[in-house]
Design a protein around this ligand. Structure first.
Ligand SMILES: C[S@@+](CC[C@H](N)C(=O)[O-])C[C@H]1O[C@@H](n2cnc3c(N)ncnc32)[C@H](O)[C@@H]1O
Length: 194
């Protein structure tokens, strides 16, 4: 079989099942009424861009529209990209599993919002954003397509610079000392070693 076709199928295999499982988890945990919403218009725009970007790997897998941005990479790097993309999917699903009904795609506080400090949140405060970073790196290597890779990485970077600080402030204003203690005991994107 043509190697390029194999990598296209592998990329679809990382995205489609994880998005379907994600939808299943979201349906099982419908989120409650929003009681506090921050920067609603900007957040909605970022959320929509994020959802749009995750369609790119599907286009890559099923069409040749993005082939203008393909470049050559050794096979071992493309297989490494597959491993990183799989890890990204697992981290995303573990984050949804732990956050449950407290998840929203925007910066919100829900009715009966609880601070989640279990599961993958025991180790990192922002595993979902970590999964976006892994997905950007993994997709870049696996697809060997700079357009998809750069789009996902730029988006991660915008989220990182534009949202994390703000989100932490919102969490501190909502959960106070509890969130500050939690932040000190975990890493932002990677587990704290010491
Ligand atoms: C897109 S989710 C991202 C969550 C987290 N930053 C991450 O990367 O896994 C954003 C929403 O999750 C909520 N949130 C973030 N951390 C949380 C936690 N530890 N427990 C409960 N809700 C949290 C915030 O209220 C925000 O509306």
């Amino acid at each position: 079989m043509n190697h390029d076709l194999v990598f296209r199928i592998l990329l679809l295999a990382c995205y489609i099942p994880s998005q379907l499982i994600r939808q299943y988890i979201l349906r099982k945990n419908p989120h409650a009424k929003t009681v506090k919403s921050v920067n609603q218009r900007r957040e909605l725009l970022m959320y929509r861009i994020g959802v749009g970007l995750f369609v790119l790997p599907i286009f890559y897998g099923l069409t040749n529209w993005l082939d203008f941005a393909s470049f050559t990479l050794p096979f071992w790097l493309r297989w490494t990209g597959f491993g990183i993309s799989l890890l990204a999917a697992v981290v995303l699903l573990l984050s949804h599993q732990a956050l449950g009904a407290n998840w929203t795609g925007q910066l919100n506080i829900q009715e009966n919002h609880v601070l989640v400090v279990r599961g993958i949140y025991t180790y990192v405060c922002h595993p979902m954003y970590l999964s976006f970073l892994l997905s950007g790196i993994g997709t870049l290597l696996l697809s060997a397509n700079w357009f998809i890779g750069a789009s996902l990485l730029i988006w991660f970077w915008i989220m990182y610079l534009g949202r994390i600080n703000h989100e932490e402030q919102v969490m501190i204003s909502e959960f106070g000392e509890q969130y500050e203690t939690y932040m000190r005991s975990t890493g932002r994107l990677l587990p704290k070693i010491l």
